[in-house]
Design a protein around this ligand. Sequence first.
Ligand SMILES: Cc1cc2nc3c(=O)[nH]c(=O)nc-3n(C[C@H](O)[C@H](O)[C@H](O)COP(=O)(O)OP(=O)(O)OC[C@H]3O[C@@H](n4cnc5c(N)ncnc54)[C@H](O)[C@@H]3O)c2cc1C
Length: 394
Amino acid sequence: MQHGISRRTWVQMMAGVALAGTRVGAFQGARRDRVVIAGGGIIGANIAYRLARRGAAVTLLERSAPGTGTTANSFAWINAKKQPRAYHTLSQFGIEAWRVLDQETKGELPIVWGGSLEWITDATLASRIVEVNRQYASWGYPLRPLDAAQMAALEPAARFDGLRYGVHAELEASVDPQGATEVIVAHAKAAGARVVHPATVTGLDLTGGRLRGVRTTTGDIAADVLVIACGNDTPALAKLAGIDVPLTRSAGILVHTTPQPSTLSRLLLSPLGQIKQKRNGRFVTGADFGNTANDDTSIARGEQFLQRMAAVLPAMGKMPVEKLTLGLRVLPKDGFPIVGFADGHPDIYVTAMHSGMTLGPLVGRLAATEILDGVEVDLLAPYRLSRFAAGTAR
Ligand SMILES: Cc1cc2nc3c(=O)[nH]c(=O)nc-3n(C[C@H](O)[C@H](O)[C@H](O)COP(=O)(O)OP(=O)(O)OC[C@H]3O[C@@H](n4cnc5c(N)ncnc54)[C@H](O)[C@@H]3O)c2cc1C
């Protein structure tokens, strides 16, 4: 591996995580290898892939086509700049899980490694970010401060005028979210998963208080476990089993260009907004990490935005806009992921998270461990749905 920990260390770490987990008594002896997954976004795809590789009988059902939900509209920056420390650590494992997946899929993933370059021109903000980054670095996350000349040496096409603080986060990456999901689904199929789309899960057979199967638009399917990975529709399906999944609305707009000659080697986090170039040559850029109130997705708005971004990447001023996307983040009410079996439902596994691009391959691995091995992985303990019921949500 070029960056980070070796594959062997990773495997050892993950084995440690699983062993540190608690055995789930309710499961012992119960059959759990017929798993239906509702939702073929980045989360459902990764869970299907891991379960299939471990020999489970997996059926992945997707209402539309794989990767066309929130996943398609994601900026898909893979990073661990997260607080608090437990969430940061989870995200660092998330980055490493992409590396393992990239090796397993032999370079087929449309992923761009090389890290991110971030720079700040405002003095007050710069001193705040320096402090936060020192903390991340102390948690083992390499963040190398660079001056404008060093930044320009890495990305000659960009301008770093007025830079007060610049930093290279070398572990980070970006991915084409829909393309990656398609690759993962193809590998899930190759490992034996049955993938059906379009197919919508419309009902649950809970005869006798336990899951017997699901009703779908393509017929009934017997199941020992249902994984709900329906993104913003997770609450609707979970509700059929009386499970409440509290999400909040958060929209984000991105501008996509037509394919361009190779210009950038890594992701840019500029004072005006973030920019990446995908492996297929298309640029993706946006400025709003929060909830946007303006849902205008006109080409004119995109052109205006590219003119603005030309101050940091001059070539952007001449790039044709292909489309704008308005994506609805899958955002649990407290901002943190929801992963795991719902309380009182040892056969219904619920997922909903923002940062699903960073966490997808890791969640696939950990969910497969929890579903097939009957353990609760310690790393996921802060992210159970029960925190909302108990009033302990942060
Ligand atoms: C603007 C924006 C920027 C983002 N940037 C980043 C980022 O930089 N880094 C990062 O890590 N994350 C980012 N995210 C978040 C990330 O994209 C999401 O967390 C992730 O895509 C969620 O994936 P998912 O599989 O849970 O949901 P989805 O991709 O929405 O997949 C759910 C799927 O379930 C299907 N479905 C729904 N109901 C049913 C049913 N009843 N039966 C069958 N199928 C069903 C849907 O058709 C859909 O395809 C961003 C999101 C947005 C919107």
